[in-house]
Design a protein around this ligand. Structure first.
Ligand code: RP5
Length: 167
């Protein structure tokens, strides 16, 4: 089944190998939402939907995508394969796997050979959140309104951290 991708597309594409990755990857889209960054989220598997992966990635830049966040678990080839097909920045999120707790995902994503980079984040929800924030930071280089929202976000994060060790 051919998948249609939005054209023009929002600046951030959040892709994941399976619907089972969505509870993790929602933390990436949550961070993007918080900072007012538009995104498109969808399931694209390197193993199960290779044609969809190629169609999506080869058309991404021309459709206006600026950053791709790719989450996958287990034998997590999606971020690396996507990075091989585009010069857009690719941020990889290792999703926690049932068998190995995400260590397999992390090593699959982080150990790219020199020449084709994937910016790899932490395993699981924290990594997904940070992928969203990092994508926003990159876009903020050329978007002053977003840069201001990022500054405000960090200030409110700092304010939310108590300095006392207990109430
Ligand atoms: C990977 O296989 C996905 O990224 C997911 O993390 C993992 C398991 O997928 P399901 O069997 O839950 O669909 O491709």
């Amino acid at each position: 089944m051919a998948t249609r991708f939005p054209d023009p597309s929002p600046p951030v594409a959040v892709i994941m190998g399976s619907r089972s990755d969505w509870p993790t990857m929602q933390h990436a889209t949550g961070a993007l939402d918080t900072l007012g960054v538009a995104f498109d989220a969808r399931v694209i598997s390197a193993h199960r939907t290779p044609d969809r992966m190629v169609d999506f990635t080869k058309s991404a830049k021309a459709r206006g995508v600026k950053i791709i966040i790719a989450g996958a678990g287990g034998a997590a080839h999606l971020p690396g394969m996507v990075a091989s097909l585009t010069e857009l920045p690719v941020l990889g999120v290792p999703v926690k796997s049932k068998a190995l707790n995400g260590l397999d995902s992390l090593l699959s994503i982080v150990q790219m050979p020199g020449g084709i980079p994937v910016g790899t984040l932490a395993i699981g929800e924290a990594g997904a959140t940070n992928a969203g924030l990092l994508a926003a930071s990159i876009l903020a280089l050329t978007d002053t309104a977003l840069a201001d929202r990022l500054t405000a976000y960090r200030a409110s994060l700092s304010d939310s951290i108590p300095d006392s060790v207990e109430d």
